[in-house]
Design a binder for this molecule. Structure first.
Ligand code: CAA
Length: 259
C-alpha cells in the first residue's frame, strides 16, 4: 500500500519501522496519518516475519499533536457525531506484537499520547513531552489524562495537564515516562537494538508478556496476577518453551520458531 503521510520499511527482515512524515506540520496527526498508521501497524502485526515495530518521527518532532488546523473549525456536533480526531486511535492498542516509540524532538498533545500508546518509549536527549491542550481551550483527547498519571503519578500529570508545560528527556526518564534516554544520533541504533532483541525471542512469549503487562493497567492486582499465571502456564504448551529451556540447560543459543 502506498502511504503519503508515513514512511514504512523493514530492518533485518524482522523489525518494522514506521516514520511519521508530515515535516511541514511537525508531524501533526490528522485523520489520513492516523488511518495510514493504523494500516501499517496492522500489516506489520500480521506479518509472521516481523517480531517488533518501531514508531518514530523526525529529529525536530515525533509529533506536535493533533492537527490544530484541521480541528479548529469543528463544532461539538461535528466532533461528537463523527468521533473526529481520535476515531481510530484505540486500534493501536489492539496491536499484539510490541511497538517501541523512538522519540526525538517534540512529543506534544496527541504526539505524547501516541508515544504513550506504544509499549515503551526510548527518547533522544532533545525530546520534549507535554500535554499543552489546555492552552488551546481543550483537554487531552487521546488518553493523556489517563495514561500520563499511570506513567508519572498524579502530581506530575496534573502539573503537565494544567500548566501545559513541557518536560525534557531527563525529567521524563526520572518520572518513568520513558525507559531509556540516548544521544540523538544514537536513537535509531538503540531502538533497533532493542527491537532486534525482542524479535529474536519467541513471538508467542513476547505477545503474552505484552498482554500481561497491559493487564496491570486494566483491573485489580489479584485479577492481573491470575491472568499472568494462566498465560505463564499456557506457555509450557509451546515448542519455544522447550527450545528456550533446553538451550539454557545445554548452554547453547536458543533458536525460536514461534510455535
Ligand atoms: N497542528 C497543526 N500544525 C502544527 C502543529 C499542530 N499540532 N504544531 C505545529 N504545527 C505547524 C505550525 O503551524 C507551523 O506551520 P507553518 O510553518 O505553516 O506556520 C509548523 O508546524 C512549524 O511550527 P512552529 O513554527 O510553531 O515551530 P516552533 O519550533 O516555533 O514551535 C511547537 C514548535 C512548540 C511544537 C509549536 O509548533 C506548538 O506549540 N505546536 C502546537 C502543539 C500543541 O498544542 N499540540 C496539541 C494539539 S491538540 C491535541 O493534540 C488534542 C489531542 O489530545 C488529541
Amino acid at each position: 500500500m502506498a502511504y503519503e503521510t508515513i514512511e514504512v520499511r523493514t530492518e533485518a527482515d524482522k523489525v518494522g519501522v514506521i516514520t511519521l512524515n508530515r515535516p511541514k506540520q511537525l508531524n501533526a496527526l490528522n485523520d489520513q496519518l492516523m488511518n495510514e498508521l493504523g494500516a501499517a501497524l496492522k500489516a506489520f502485526d500480521a506479518d509472521e516475519k516481523i517480531g517488533c515495530t518501531i514508531l518514530t518521527g523526525s529529529e525536530k518532532a515525533f509529533a506536535a499533536g493533533a492537527d490544530i488546523g484541521a480541528m479548529a473549525k469543528y463544532s461539538f456536533a461535528d466532533a461528537y457525531k463523527g468521533d473526529y480526531i481520535t476515531r481510530n486511535w484505540e486500534e493501536i492498542r489492539a496491536i499484539r506484537k510490541p511497538v517501541i516509540a523512538a522519540v526525538s524532538g517534540f512529543a506534544l498533545g496527541g504526539g505524547c499520547e501516541l508515544a504513550m500508546m506504544c509499549d515503551f518509549i526510548i527518547a533522544a536527549d532533545n525530546a520534549r513531552f507535554g500535554q499543552p491542550e489546555i492552552k488551546l481551550g481543550v483537554i487531552p483527547g487521546a488518553g493523556g489524562t489517563q495514561r500520563l498519571p499511570r506513567a508519572v503519578g498524579k502530581s506530575k500529570a496534573m502539573d503537565m495537564a494544567l500548566t501545559g508545560r513541557m518536560m525534557d528527556a531527563v525529567e521524563a526518564e526520572r518520572a518513568g515516562l520513558v525507559s531509556r534516554v540516548v544521544a540523538l544520533d544514537k536513537l535509531m541504533e538503540e531502538a533497533l537494538g532493542a527491537a532486534l532483541v525482542i524479535a529474536n525471542f519467541s513471538q508467542i512469549a513476547v505477545m503474552a508478556a505484552k498482554e500481561s503487562v497491559n493487564r496491570a493497567f486494566e483491573g485489580s492486582l489479584s485479577d492481573g496476577v491470575m491472568f499472568e499465571r494462566r498465560l505463564f502456564h499456557a506457555l509450557f504448551a509451546t515448542q519455544d518453551q522447550k527450545e528456550g529451556m533446553d538451550a539454557f540447560v545445554n548452554k547453547r543459543t536458543a533458536n525460536f520458531t514461534h510455535q
